[in-house]
Write a protein that binds this ligand. Structure first.
Ligand code: AMP
Length: 420
């Protein structure tokens, strides 16, 4: 009987070394950017309590209503985290981070899980980097968060993005808008998609997000939230735009961009790329002044963003942006015979202690096969050792690109390599 072939789950992918090397490069840029904005890293568990996510993101969202990987163990309900903001907010409350004083500036990088229908740019396990500024209601924090996100893309070299921004106001502004929107939509109720009809009462703002053509036509003429912002919300939004202008960050005001949940307040933004196809959002975020109280903390204003790493990689590929140098090997030790292999094994640590990357044959293959591997791995040098070399103490030191060979003792080789 044929053996079962195990594969990854649908929508979950392995990241192999050639690809992982690009990830390391991107992660390094994210970390360097975080450092220059002085954000500290936070690593939260992959599993959270299901209730945190359903409260933190909202029962009515697609994420909570149909995309959670959740399971029970005894009394406990676990969920694979679908995003980072609720977990970071939980950590903020749990560790009384407000007592540290000032604004907490936190960033994260890690896997997230959503049982979505996989397609290009949409996976069930994907990775996000994101940042949160917790404890400031100042529009300057909104601008800094947007600047952080934009700076990562700028440093990587993705230039043709569009930053859409909007304000969803405070709860009072949103209440007024919700009523106006329902009044506008009511006569069109029967023409709306089935999904939008179910959202009409509970969460009409989500109808604005709808991808259904029949909804989009109706929504195109709907009133926009920016006309319903009260003084405070309008002022906040005006300052966010002013600070973005001051920072030289271009944006497009997109009044139909919404975050349909009650915990979201004021600023909403999304960075899109024309190189991504249907799933064109690279990242997004906004202010969530009501979330921390919702999950059991003191009322605490906060703003953050989250960006997808897979989509960033797709954009880089489309734009032919090189992501770091391909991995290379400093030295490959080619061996003939058991004694030579023993010699190699013993001498690897010395070479590695010089900071060199060193490898050898681990399968007792022919010299030819070993040389082939050294070439494939882009080795800069080979040290070739056989019985006669061990006897004479003179090894063959080969510069691969130049195809030059020298007879040298191990000490002489070390001296040559030292300045690298
Ligand atoms: P969200 O948390 O839904 O606001 O998503 C923020 C960003 O994460 C998006 O703009 C995408 O870049 C990325 N993202 C969200 N869901 C997925 C997914 N299923 N697969 C890949 N990337 C995703």
């Amino acid at each position: 009987m044929a053996q079962t072939q195990f594969t990854t789950h649908h929508g979950m992918v392995d990241i192999l070394p050639e690809e992982a090397q690009k990830w390391q490069y991107i992660e390094q840029i994210i970390r360097e950017t975080a450092k220059s904005f002085h954000f500290g890293e936070i690593r939260t568990p992959i599993l959270e309590q299901t209730a945190l996510i359903s409260r933190g993101i909202g029962e009515l969202t697609d994420i909570v209503s149909k995309e959670m990987f959740a399971f029970n163990r005894g009394e406990d309900q676990y969920v694979l985290r679908p995003e980072g903001t609720a977990p970071v907010s939980r950590a903020y409350v749990q560790h009384h981070m407000e007592q540290r004083g000032g604004v907490q500036k936190l960033f994260y990088i890690g896997p997230m899980f959503r049982a979505e229908r996989p397609q290009k740019g949409r996976q069930r396990q994907f990775h996000q980097f994101g940042a949160e500024m917790i404890g400031s209601a100042d529009p300057m924090a909104d601008a800094e968060i947007i600047a952080f996100m934009s700076e990562v893309y700028r440093r990587i070299g993705i230039k043709n993005t569009v930053l859409n921004i909007n304000s969803v106001g405070d709860p009072a502004s949103r209440k007024a808008y919700k009523e106006a929107l329902q009044n506008y939509l009511r006569p069109h109720f029967n023409e709306l998609s089935e999904l939008s009809q179910t959202r009409f009462e509970t969460n009409p703002m989500r109808i604005l997000d709808s991808k259904e053509p029949e909804d989009q036509e109706i929504v195109a003429k709907a009133p926009v939230i920016t006309e319903y912002l009260n003084q405070e919300s309008a002022t906040h939004y005006a300052f966010v735009r002013k600070y973005l202008d001051d920072l030289g960050i271009e944006y497009k005001q997109t009044p139909r961009l919404v975050r349909g949940l009650d915990y979201y307040t004021q600023t909403a933004f999304e960075l899109t790329s024309p190189d991504l196809g249907a799933q064109d959002a690279l990242g997004g975020g906004g202010r969530y002044d009501l979330l921390i109280e919702e999950i059991g903390g003191q009322p605490t204003p906060a703003v953050g963003f989250a960006s997808g790493i897979e989509r960033l990689l797709i954009a880089c590929e489309a734009l032919e942006i090189p992501l770091g140098e391909p991995a290379y090997l400093d030295i490959y030790i080619v061996t003939r015979g058991d004694a030579a292999r023993m010699w190699a094994l013993k001498h690897l640590p010395k070479l590695r202690s010089l900071g060199l990357s060193v490898s050898m044959d681990y399968a007792g293959r022919s010299i030819k096969a070993q040389m082939k591997e050294a070439n494939r791995e882009n080795a800069t040098y080979c040290i070739i050792v056989g019985e006669s070399e061990l006897e004479s103490g003179e090894l063959t030191f080969r510069k691969m690109v130049e195809s030059e060979e020298f007879k040298l003792t191990f000490e002489q080789i070390i001296n040559r390599l030292r300045p690298i």
